[in-house]
Design a protein around this ligand. Structure first.
Ligand code: PHE
Length: 334
């Protein structure tokens, strides 16, 4: 009995199997137990002998069961430890790294260049009154030049989303006068326009404004040319084209040679091979006056740069709509 029981026990390695073994070899109908129960029917002289032997077997089995139970428990613990082990020598998982949007990068580079030249950053609101966005910039409500900016109107009358950063010209002049002004105004502008490869309804501008004595068109041209060279390199080709804005006189626009697709007529370079990146001009006397400066004493120049377009040139991006597409595959390239 002892032999079969012990050899059955030796191969057991789970708690369930142990319980089963206990029922089979130490339970009510186990052979040792039957033997003990049947002692009453035995001749009295045999009883002590058989009883002692049966007891020994029972105790041996109980001891073996306890020992085996301990071993099974240890094995289970060992297994769990191995399964749940943390390998602290494995390198950690890299969290996905974010980055600055390409337009933000350009915006910062542009501000850094003008910062080097001595310009101060001036913030001005995105929601503007009709007065600042138009009237004070010499664009009365009846003026056909209003058509130059298709405007998002806010429900409240006389309030608009700024169509350009130029209202900041008036605000910074009001704050600084009669001191000279040399500021850059970065920010988002909004136009209710047809979206295309070169134009969005919402984009970033950086406005420049310089007001002082003896400021001339040469200062305007020199500053802008220096800026373009610092951003695009000394070989960048530009052209200053006469233009019209109600708040500058004379007015111009600056184009940069379009190398997005090598001037081959893509939707960005079109056939001309040039891309307009800014409007500019000498501040109109009426605007100087509206800002509190005497136009017989002061002159100034202003410009409004399109940051998305500058970014398109820098990185040869063929469609302005990528900037708002939120496509990680696009954004990851910068
Ligand atoms: N505000 C003009 C525009 O957005 C650009 C500009 C700025 C022109 C300053 C002249 C002077 O179209």
């Amino acid at each position: 009995i002892r032999q079969t029981a012990l050899s059955a026990l030796a191969s057991i390695d789970t708690e369930d199997a142990l319980q089963e073994w206990r029922r089979a070899y130490l339970g009510k109908s186990a052979p040792v137990m039957e033997l003990m129960r049947s002692m009453g029917k035995m001749p009295p002289e045999l009883r002590p002998l058989v009883g002692k032997a049966a007891n020994e077997v029972k105790q041996a089995l109980e001891a073996a069961l306890e020992e085996r139970g301990e071993a099974v428990k240890q094995a289970a613990l060992q297994h769990a430890l191995e399964r749940d082990a943390v390998d602290v020598t494995l390198p950690g998982r890299q969290p996905a790294r974010g980055g600055l949007h390409p337009v933000t990068q350009t915006l910062r580079d542009v501000l850094a260049i003008f910062g080097d030249m001595g310009f101060q950053v001036y913030q001005s609101p995105e929601v503007e009154t009709d007065a600042y966005n138009f009237e004070l910039l010499n664009i009365p409500s009846y003026h056909p030049a209003r058509d130059m900016w298709d405007t998002f109107h806010i429900l409240q009358k006389g309030v608009v989303l700024r169509t350009h950063t130029s209202p900041g010209q008036i605000r910074s002049m009001e704050e600084r006068n009669p001191e000279p002004v040399r500021v850059v105004l970065p920010g988002m502008v909004y136009r209710y326009e047809q979206i295309s490869a070169r134009s969005e309804i919402q984009f970033n501008q950086v406005e420049l404004l310089v007001v002082g004595k003896n400021i001339t068109m040469a200062d305007l041209k020199g500053t802008l040319q220096d800026f373009v060279r610092r951003l695009f390199g000394n070989n960048a080709r530009t052209r200053l084209r006469p233009s019209y804005f109600p708040f500058t006189e004379p007015s111009a626009e600056m184009d940069v040679e379009c190398f997005v697709c090598g001037g081959k007529g893509c939707p960005v370079c079109k056939r001309s091979g040039w891309l307009e990146i800014l409007g500019c001009g000498m501040v109109h006397p009426v605007v100087l006056q509206n800002g509190g400066y005497d136009p017989t004493v002061y002159t100034g120049f202003a410009a409004g740069l399109g940051i998305e377009r500058i970014t398109m040139l820098r990185h040869r991006i063929e469609d302005i709509r990528y900037f708002w597409s939120n496509d990680i595959r696009f954004l990851e390239q910068f």
